[in-house]
Design a protein around this ligand. Structure first.
Ligand SMILES: [Zn+2]
Length: 347
């Protein structure tokens, strides 16, 4: 019975040290998973133009060496610890590559966030939808002089790509957005990783908007009773403090950002359906608490384009997160929120 229960829980990895050392430990502890995911992504890569990928990868690497040397060290540590090829791992961390190399249209509209601001706190629920071939783990880390953090992580990707909280009381969630505005700049996953070290919302906002970005995304930061929604593309961004019940999926909501939206063919899109359904369910509630949000995250209307995503294209809800910003903890389920149990993890 015990082992059966454990199987439904996410694996927790705890690391500390400088960036390289912490990365090395993460790589060591997730070596089989990293090698497997690189092998699978290698199958996709084979269909693409190798010279184009190589060219872009070298341009990104030059830029990252200057802009985020610590994080690059961390990624080198991960590759060494896992016994993986650094160039392959670096390319795996370039979410912008498929758009830039124009090999195919993206097929990765994923994640739903539901937010209820209260007077003294913010209540949040987030479904983490990702490649059904990958899986999530939990990372508790104290790296360098930065605040400790607890982050939901994908094998092989830098931490920060999903929900997280740090010891300064800053929470973050991220929703994938595809825009037409992409260039060689600091890669998205390097921004997201750096934001984990921010002590407040202003600092986090600066991390993801001040430097030359390669592409955009939807970042939402939370601390105390404040929630800030930031939509970015490579060259534009728009910020809004959220004060009413709010839903974000995988398209721009801010008017100024709409022209940058990359149109995904309807047969591959689900963001509008998930957003409309979650908004309807939120509007129908008199009062919203974490249990209400949890129920909405397990909703199956519009299947297969449902909020609880069983399987749509290569995507599936890999995990689900609930939190209340008054406590530095995350309630997390592994797998589908309609089936899995949520466990509480304190920082
Ligand atoms: Zn379900």
């Amino acid at each position: 019975m015990t082992s059966e229960k454990n199987e439904t829980k996410l694996r927790m990895i705890t690391v500390s040290g400088d960036h390289y050392t912490a990365g090395y430990k993460i790589g060591q502890k997730t070596a089989p998973e990293i090698r497997r995911i690189l092998e699978l992504s290698g199958e996709q890569v084979k269909k693409q133009d190798p010279s184009l990928r190589k060219k872009y990868s070298a341009m990104f690497l030059n830029l990252v060496k200057d802009a985020a040397p610590d994080i690059l060290d961390e990624l080198r540590g991960v590759a060494d610890g896992a016994g993986a090829n650094f160039d392959e791992l670096f390319m795996f961390n370039l979410k912008e590559l498929e758009t830039l190399a124009k090999q195919r249209l993206p097929e990765s509209e994923n994640c739903t966030t539901i937010i209820k601001p209260k007077e003294d706190r913010v209540l949040v629920g987030h479904n983490e939808d990702g490649d059904h071939n990958n899986d999530l783990f939990l990372l508790k880390a104290k790296i360098g002089d930065n605040p400790r953090f607890l982050a939901l992580c994908y094998h092989g990707w830098l931490p920060g790509a999903a929900a997280a909280v740090n010891s300064a009381g800053l929470f973050q969630t991220i929703n994938n957005i595809f825009s037409t505005d992409v260039r060689v700049g600091l890669p998205l996953l390097f921004h997201a990783r750096t934001a984990l070290g921010a002590k407040g919302i202003e600092e986090a906002e600066e991390v993801i908007t001040a430097r030359k970005r390669a592409r955009g995304e939807n970042f939402i930061f939370y601390k105390g009773n404040t929630c800030r929604n930031i939509e970015t593309s490579a060259t534009r961004h728009k910020t809004r403090d959220v004060t009413v019940p709010y839903v974000h999926t995988n398209h721009y909501i801010e008017k100024d950002m709409l022209p940058m939206q990359l149109k995904i063919p309807p047969e591959k899109a689900s963001t509008l359906q998930r957003s409309a359904r979650a908004q309807k369910l939120v509007r129908e509630q008199d009062d919203i608490d974490l249990d209400t949000i949890k129920r909405i995250l397990a909703d199956h209307a519009n299947e297969p384009r449902s909020i609880c995503l069983h399987r749509f294209l290569h995507l599936r809800t890999l995990g689900s997160v609930l939190f209340d910003t008054s406590k530095k903890e995350l309630h997390i389920s592994r797998g589908l929120p309609c089936k899995a149990r949520y466990y509480t993890y304190a920082l």
